[in-house]
Design a protein around this ligand. Structure first.
Ligand SMILES: Cc1cc2nc3c(=O)[nH]c(=O)nc-3n(C[C@H](O)[C@H](O)[C@H](O)COP(=O)(O)OP(=O)(O)OC[C@H]3O[C@@H](n4cnc5c(N)ncnc54)[C@H](O)[C@@H]3O)c2cc1C
Length: 429
């Protein structure tokens, strides 16, 4: 590798806060709201001009899942509040509580058409507590909630470098059109999805490459009822005029990409957009019901399931499925499995190397297989809420996250509508 030497320079301090959240996806937004509601001075820094990350810009417009697959709700708190607020604006659809866990094939078939039932053909399917929503309504709701909570939200700030002084993380340097500026904080939450902050700070992490996705919304499908009944490669959405196409590159792209490598991302952006248009045109000519269909919008962000994952104080693994933890701060089911439940320990959010650094969302400390359960939007919001709450509680403790009283943290999360316990001993069907 060729390098150049950059001279040391003075960096302007943009602002100071108690809790700095980097990344305004589902996890970071929930973290910022939770910390601010607990009274912390919070800065939420996001590289783009909108909140939600993949949940909005990636058009991943399905909250999978807020239940265990057997009819029991396992996710509440901010995720449920977002759902309620979206529903009140006509932007969310989900099965009513009395249907969760229902095995009626007709109901399952009905909700599958909304993208709310997944899993193999041999699974004993049930109605899930999952939500189809309009990403524009989610953007609106997240903006409202962040504003109401008093979060200092700053868009168009790209987290560039963790700032470490005398072995302590003191904040993050950002790059923007205003140049390089620092935000100093007692506690930092890395909710970038790709672990940009913990990687820059020198923490241990795992890293994988993936096939990218590019979801899109399409209008003008004829005879929608019939087409859906016969099995279609798309889902109904809260907007009756549009369907959601979950396009993925596995069949058409000859390699996986590293989502932290700009050259790989450039390749994927160009190829996936070309392939989506090409395949959509082919579909139109081969399926009469799509003859007059048109693309309403293609995700502005590539769908990246996974890149860096923190190797934190505890790495949650597949062996931990069905296992209680005394420091559980979240419970999650699995979007394709029924009764596959994980408790997420507080330690899986904490970095080993810095006492005041946490991860939230899809880059928390879990192994590759467990990630499939913890990466979904509801658990991302939940680990975000837990991280934000813990951060606020650590302010008076010198920012030392490990000193937070876990019993009190779990209480606070429950008081805020969260679910942190699960009856793991009960029989699973
Ligand atoms: C194809 C696909 C299908 C999926 N299907 C579903 C589904 O049906 N249902 C479901 O619930 N989940 C699904 N998921 C998973 C889910 O969408 C994501 O895992 C989840 O949204 C991740 O949330 P997050 O907040 O952790 O990360 P992200 O949504 O990636 O948010 C990270 C945020 O940080 C910002 N950011 C990144 N780097 C920086 C930086 N250096 N400085 C400042 N800001 C930065 C980004 O712009 C973004 O806003 C799917 C994922 C993919 C890719």
């Amino acid at each position: 590798m060729t390098t150049i030497h950059e001279p040391a320079r003075e960096t302007e301090v943009l602002t100071r806060c108690d809790v700095l959240v980097v990344g305004g996806g589902s996890a970071g937004t929930a973290a910022a709201i939770a910390a601010a509601r607990e009274g912390a001075r919070v800065v939420l820094a996001e590289r783009y001009g909108s909140l939600g990350g993949l949940a909005t810009g990636g058009l991943i417009a399905l909250l999978l899942t807020l239940d265990d697959g057997l009819g029991r709700q396992v996710i509440g708190g901010i995720c449920e509040e977002v759902t309620r607020r979206m529903r009140e604006k006509g932007g969310a659809f989900h099965p009513p509580a009395e249907e969760w866990g229902d095995e009626d094939p007709e109901k399952i078939d009905h909700y599958r058409k909304w993208g709310l039932v997944w899993g193999g053909a041999r699974a004993r399917h049930r109605v899930r507590y999952s939500v189809a929503y309009d990403p524009e309504v989610m953007r609106l709701v997240l903006n409202e909630m962040v504003t109401e909570a008093g979060v200092d939200l700053i868009f168009h700030l790209w987290g560039a470098d963790a700032l470490v002084k005398d072995g302590r993380l003191i904040g993050v340097a950002f790059q923007s059109k205003a140049g390089r500026q620092a935000v100093l904080a007692d506690i930092v939450i890395d909710a970038t999805g790709d672990g940009d902050v913990f990687a820059s700070a020198g923490c241990a992490f795992d890293h994988v490459s993936v096939h990218p996705w590019l979801w899109l919304r399409v209008g003008g499908v004829r005879e929608l009822e019939r087409v859906l009944a016969e099995g279609a490669p798309f889902f109904r959405t809260p907007n009756a005029e549009q369907v959601l196409f979950p396009w993925g590159s596995m069949a058409s792209l000859n390699r996986k990409i590293d989502a932290t490598n700009p050259r790989d991302l450039t390749f994927a952006e160009i190829e996936c957009r070309r392939l989506v248009m090409e395949e959509f045109e082919k579909l139109k000519s081969s399926r009469p019901e799509l003859a007059e269909a048109h693309i309403c919008n293609i995700a502005t962000q590539l769908g990246i399931t996974e890149s860096r994952r923190l190797e934190g104080r505890y790495i949650l693994s597949i062996e931990d499925r069905g296992k209680p933890f005394e420091d559980a701060i979240a419970i999650t089911g699995h979007w394709t499995k029924y009764g596959a439940v994980y408790a997420v320990p507080y330690r899986s959010l904490q970095a080993r190397e810095f006492p005041n650094l946490m991860a939230a969302g899809r880059n928390i400390s879990v192994d590759h297989r467990t990630h499939n359960a913890t990466k979904e939007i509801p658990p991302c919001m939940t680990t975000g809420q837990a991280a934000g709450t813990a951060a606020a509680m650590a302010i008076g403790l010198g920012g030392e996250l490990a000193r937070v009283d876990v019993a009190r943290l779990r209480d606070r999360l429950q008081q805020a509508g969260g679910i942190v316990d699960y009856p793991f001993d009960s029989p699973v069907s």
